[in-house]
Structure formats: C-alpha cells, structure tokens
Design a protein around this ligand. Structure first.
Ligand SMILES: C=C1C[C@]23C[C@@]1(O)CC[C@H]2[C@@]12CC[C@H](O)[C@@](C)(C(=O)O1)[C@H]2[C@@H]3C(=O)O
Ligand SMILES: O=C(O)CCC(=O)C(=O)O
Ligand SMILES: [Fe+2]
Length: 340
C-alpha cells in the first residue's frame, strides 16, 4: 500500500469510513450446492432466483494450486510500492491502489486486474507486464482454467433446468475464443496500527456496493470476513468466509439473458481493518461483438422483452463510464410502451 501521508487520509477517509450501524447480520443459510447431486440444476436455479448467489464446495480446483496463487499474489503485494506502481495504472488492466475504475470510486484495496483471455492479442499485450511475473502467471492461468471448467458445468446445469437448448448455449458465450473474461486479485490490507483506533471494526469500505456487469463471477477468498450481499428486501448480510468454496454471483448480463428471471446480486466488501483479506475473482464476459437480449427459449408466449438489445461492447463501455453503485441496466430497460 502507499505510505499513509496526512494528504492521503484527508483525501480518502471521509468516503471510506462508513457510519452505518448496526453491523450486518451473518447469512446463515448460504446456498451450498454439490454439483454431483441429481437435483443440482434445480438447486442452482432456485439460488440464482432467490439471491443471485450461491457457493460450490468440492469443485475440483486444487487447494494446492489456489494456495500457490494466493502466495504468489501476496508476494507481489508485499513488494515496494514503486515496483507495484510500475505494473499500473489499472486502465483497466494493471495494478491499482485505492482507486477503482476511473470515475472517482475509492476503496481500501489494492489489486491486479488482468485479461483472462490471452487469445485476444490486444488484451494479452496490455496484461503482459503482469503476466510476465512467471510464477504468478503460471498459477493464475492454471487457476482460471480450472474455475472456467466449473463455470461451464454450472451454466450447463442451469440451462438443463431452465430448459435452454442447446444446453451449452450459455457456456458457449464464455467458451467463445473472443470471450472478454477477466481476472482480478484484490488485497485488502490490515489498516496501519495507529489508525485502527480511529476506524470502527468492519466499517472500512474495501470495495463499494455494485453489481458485476458480466454474465457470472466466481469469487474465492481467504478466511477473512468482509464480503456482503444485498438481499432482495434491500438488507445487507455478511457472508461467512469459506476458503474452500467458490462463490458464484449472477451478473447484469445474465439478468438480461433471462429477461429478469435471474437478477444480478449487489455486493460489497467492508474490510476488517484488523486482518488482511485476499480474494480472486473470475468474471465471465462474452465476446465484444456478442448481441445480448433475452433468450427466446426462456420467454413464455406473449412475454415482452424488458431490455433493448445491446452488444457486450456497448454495455461494457457504458458500465465503465459509470460509478460503482450506479444502476447500470437502467439505461437499457425498455419503457413499457416499447416492449415486444
Ligand atoms: C467503477 C468502476 C469499476 C469497474 C468499472 C466501473 O466503471 C463500473 C463497474 C466496475 C466493475 C465491477 C466488477 C469488476 O470488478 C470490474 C473489473 C468490472 O468489469 O466492472 C469492475 C470495473 C473496474 O474495476 O475497472
Ligand atoms: O474482493 C471481493 O471479495 C469482491 C470484489 C468484487 O466484488 C469485485 O472485484 O468486483
Ligand atoms: Fe464485484
């Protein structure tokens, strides 16, 4: 992290320290789904409908690989600030610290944001500096490949249960050789000792509330709390950490593909200033040219499309002009008069 000068604190702390109380309750019944159960598809769909969120244990991504990637990431984040800054700024790929996106959002976080599709030459080139960290690159590539396979299985099971044909219609959006998936490693450092007295536990904004624009996101973190989701009634709940599971989040694009049957989940991280947190997230995005609109096979007769058709390029561009907490799908909703 940057050395904390008074300026940095004056500039960032008013918006980082939350005043909300009491702390969010823990969600006791996080849907935990075993993909080998015969009713896994039905459970996945129910979890996506109810919460836009679930976790998968026994997913097959090796714990040793995950630990190796986490160790490599921590090794990077432990480097002197000027070395980390040389891998930045995150525009969007690269190293970033305290600023998220380019529209004024800040958080108590530093991160690496990379393309997860090195077959797209321009993205590969922009991520090159980072992928050049050989041990990190090897672990990250292997990890992303493993997570992707779990994502394909999950999407195919969801498709079976929703009656989407062919069953790989969703997963093929992410298998596309031009897919725009990315990978992020977030590090929420423990706050410096002198500040701990000033900051109330769990009231430091690590990553402000937002939905993910892509189809689906897969998050894994170490055993430090701080991740929260917003339930459909608008209340925030803390998700108990579970470093052996993969947490899945429905993104905005999935919401559109299902014409709102599944809804993207709002989430945030309120960092625990006393313990550092590290998370790694795969964001499954389609190809830039992919047209996004509700899947016909999911719409009942006479059902109207709630959204204007857009390409992923157009949605992403609009998303990257927005602030984290903005409701990004609003600009693509059809007015009642224009639905068909
Ligand atoms: C403030 C922003 C950061 C973000 C781009 C945006 O303008 C709005 C969406 C943000 C988000 C959230 C999910 C992912 O972490 C991310 C990489 C993405 O695709 O959309 C981030 C963007 C970012 O950090 O650049
Ligand atoms: O770091 C986390 O646990 C969540 C971060 C997140 O939501 C994101 O990077 O989009
Ligand atoms: Fe997110």
């Amino acid at each position: 992290m940057v050395v904390l000068s008074r300026n940095v604190l004056d500039g960032h702390f008013p918006s980082l320290v939350r005043t909300c109380k009491p702390p969010a309750a823990e969600l006791e019944d996080v849907p935990a789904i075993d993909l080998l159960r015969p009713d896994a598809g039905a459970l996945l769909v129910r979890a996506c409908e109810d919460r836009g969120f679930f976790k998968v244990a026994n997913h097959g991504v090796s714990a040793e690989l995950t630990a190796r990637l986490e160790a490599e990431a921590l090794r990077f984040f432990g480097r002197p600030q000027h070395e980390k800054d040389a891998a930045g700024p995150a525009d969007p790929f690269g190293y970033g610290s305290k600023t998220i996106g380019s529209n004024g959002d800040v958080g108590w976080v530093e991160y690496l944001l990379l393309s997860a599709n090195l077959d797209v030459p321009s993205d590969a080139a922009r991520s090159a500096l980072l992928w050049n960290l050989p041990a990190f690159q090897a672990a990250a590539e292997e990890y992303v490949a493993g997570v992707r396979n779990v994502v394909y299985r999950v999407l195919d099971l969801i498709s079976d249960n929703l009656g989407i044909e062919p069953r790989d219609m969703l997963s093929s959006l992410l298998r596309d050789k031009n897919n725009d998936s990315c990978f992020r490693v977030n590090h929420y450092p423990a706050s410096p000792k002198p500040l701990q007295g000033l900051i109330e536990r769990r009231n430091l904004v690590g990553f402000g509330e937002h939905t993910d624009p892509q189809i689906i996101s897969v998050l894994r973190s170490n055993n430090t709390s701080g991740f929260q989701i917003s339930l459909r009634n608008g209340s925030w709940v803390s998700i108990p950490p579970d470093d052996a599971s993969l947490f899945f989040l429905v993104g905005d694009t999935f919401q559109v593909l299902t014409n709102g049957r599944l809804r993207s989940v709002k989430h945030r991280v309120l960092a625990d200033g006393r313990r550092s947190r590290i998370s790694m997230i795969y964001f499954g995005g389609p190809a830039m040219s992919q047209k996004i609109s509700p899947l016909r096979c999911l719409m009942s007769e006479g059902e109207e499309s709630l959204y204007e058709e857009f390409t992923w390029y157009k949605y992403k561009k609009s998303a990257y002009r927005s602030r984290l907490a903005d409701y990004r799908l609003g600009a693509f909703e059809k007015s009642k008069a224009r639905r068909n």
